[in-house]
Design a protein around this ligand. Structure first.
Ligand code: FE
Length: 130
């Protein structure tokens, strides 16, 4: 497990500029540009900031939004949900519990039995193949 940076300076060194903007500044990568939205590979998606296991490919679905979408996390303990009132919207932000990196948002319009759609930035994720 990689060491979690303690300062923003260290985060900048560890992450790419795009990852830094998303994970540390709550930016959103442009739709249909990330490396995982189309992926159907089997494995686990981990936090790009700290390596925590976040989502399984088994819960991934094609939402048509251009971002990787999941109907539930591997373990609810690994994520934190926060109310987000930015950009004139009321949304629920998804944050990595371990490193507090911004991952994306969760919505209640999911197509599966969980009814949830975790809409996650590709660049906030890493992938461990099964
Ligand atoms: Fe993390």
């Amino acid at each position: 497990m990689s060491q979690i940076p303690k300062s923003e300076q260290e985060w900048k060194k560890k992450l790419t500029p795009e990852q830094y903007h998303v994970l540390r500044e709550k930016d959103t990568e442009p739709a249909f540009t990330g490396k995982y939205y189309k992926s159907k590979e089997k494995g686990n998606y981990v936090c790009a900031g700290c390596g925590a296991e976040l989502f399984s490919s088994e819960t991934k679905f094609d939402s048509g939004t251009g971002w990787p979408s999941f109907d539930k996390p591997i373990n609810t303990e690994n994520i934190e949900l926060r109310k987000d009132f930015s950009h004139g919207m009321m949304r629920t932000e998804v944050v990595c519990r371990k490193c507090h990196g911004h991952l994306g948002h969760v919505f209640d319009d999911g197509p599966t039995e969980t009814g949830r759609r975790f809409c996650i930035n590709s660049c906030a994720l890493g992938f461990r193949k099964k």
